[in-house]
Design a protein around this ligand. Structure first.
Ligand code: MN
Length: 419
């Protein structure tokens, strides 16, 4: 899987928010539809020239021929073409932009705090800085192994959170309850940061910015929603297009392919988004050697750990999620722990009424951190604190907090919502 196709900053132009970073109001559904149809019929070519559908193939080719044969003379009119004077929004930050800024390429705690405050207003981060965060995080994540070992020294702790799913205001509440991420107060977020909730961009930029600020203050594992297919269907792609632009969709997809797949705390607690495997005998070394730099495959170890769920029956059984998926029983969990000299599996991926569930004779905990999931499940959220050296899980649960009136999935499948 090639990851060399990063877009340059010039590919990430956009004009959907103003120079102050406020999101420009978008038109109503009908206006957007008209605009989309108009764009489809009267499209612009790579150089910004307008064409109609009927002239699409011929006119573009003709223009290219003309250009090669007859280089344009530098006439007064061509020098003054408005396109040549258009500001490059990606490198240009207006003086009246009052949002947070990254100075000298360094992401500081002050920057992250101001960015979170701005998001509450709600105010978008200038895409110049969003771009900086995405580039920095990609470099950091790419250098990590597929399975990350975390060492928590004696007397210190780590907090493990489950799915956040774009519920930015509940993420802020976790930080209120348990403190901001820092080297003294590290977090592990166990995937599904985005989709469903309509503040996914705010969530992912916050988590990424903390990781850029201090890589040992926050660990990030991939969930099944850190994928192009899910993001297209469940809101994140539409949200990124709306709040930043289409170029960032590709950038985020590339970054998600760099996320690690699992973590082990002090060689004892195995943390993974979905669960265990469709075959027995999987060793940690097998997970370490997964080539993860790709979209989630349809089978194999990477597929299993992103998608599987536990079940109460022993062995393996069918999944309510679909025919190609499976659930695993207590015996599977115990064999995996014994084979790898581990004590506990922590996974997420399923909403639970209390925010967590302990199964498999206490050897497996589900933790889910999106309370009142999708504004309708009525569940609590939870996180787990592990303190070294005994690593006894201390579970904290919490209720949902209010958020601005933007419904979950507001950016998903916009076209279909009109019918
Ligand atoms: Mn999931």
């Amino acid at each position: 899987m090639a990851l060399q196709s990063s877009l340059s900053i010039d590919d990430v132009k956009h004009d959907e928010y103003d120079d102050d970073g406020h999101i420009k109001p978008t038109g109503s559904g009908v206006l957007s539809l008209v605009s989309a149809i108009t764009k489809f019929i009267f499209f612009k070519d790579e150089k910004g020239r307008k064409h109609t559908m009927s002239t699409r193939s011929t006119e573009v080719q003709d223009n290219r021929k003309t250009e090669t044969k007859q280089p344009k003379a530098k006439t007064k009119s061509s020098q003054e073409h408005p396109a040549s004077k258009a500001p490059n929004f990606t490198t240009y930050v207006a003086r009246r932009y009052t949002g947070s800024r990254i100075e000298d390429e360094t992401i500081t705690l002050d920057f992250v705090k101001k960015m979170m405050d701005d998001f509450k207003n709600p105010k978008c981060l200038h895409r110049r800085y969003a771009y900086k965060i995405v580039l920095q995080i990609k470099k950091i994540l790419k250098a990590l192994p597929s399975l990350v070992d975390i060492t928590v020294p004696h007397g210190k702790h780590i907090t493990v959170c489950g799915d956040v799913h774009g519920q930015f205001y509940d993420l802020l509440n976790i930080f209120e309850l348990n403190g901001l991420p820092s080297e003294e107060n590290p977090y592990l977020f166990n995937g599904d940061f985005v989709d469903r909730g309509s503040f996914s961009l705010e969530v992912i930029l916050t988590l990424f910015a903390f990781k850029c600020m201090s890589p040992s203050a926050i660990y990030l594992g991939r969930g099944n929603h850190e994928s192009r297919r899910m993001n297209k269907k469940c809101g994140f792609e539409g949200e990124v297009r709306s709040k930043l632009n289409g170029g960032f969709v590709k950038l985020f997809a590339e970054v998600f392919c760099c996320l690690s797949l699992a973590h082990v705390i002090n060689k004892k607690v195995f943390v993974v988004h979905g669960g265990l495997f469709s075959v027995d005998g999987v060793k940690l070394s097998d997970i370490r050697s997964i080539n993860r730099f790709c979209e989630p495959p349809d089978e194999g170890l990477m597929h299993d750990l992103l998608w599987s769920d536990p079940q109460y029956l022993p062995g393996r059984g069918p999944s309510k999620r679909g025919y190609e998926l499976f659930c695993f029983g207590e015996d599977v969990t115990k064999r995996f722990l014994k084979d790898n000299n581990l004590d506990l599996v922590v996974r997420s991926h399923e909403s639970k009424r209390k925010g967590y569930e302990i199964q498999h004779d206490g050897k497996l905990i589900t933790v889910f951190s999106a309370p009142n999931y999708c504004d309708q499940m009525g569940n609590r959220g939870a996180f787990i604190r592990f303190e070294a050296p005994d690593l006894k899980p201390k579970i904290v649960t919490f209720e949902a907090v209010p958020h601005p009136d933007v419904k979950p999935m507001a950016y998903a499948n916009n076209f279909h919502r009109w019918f």
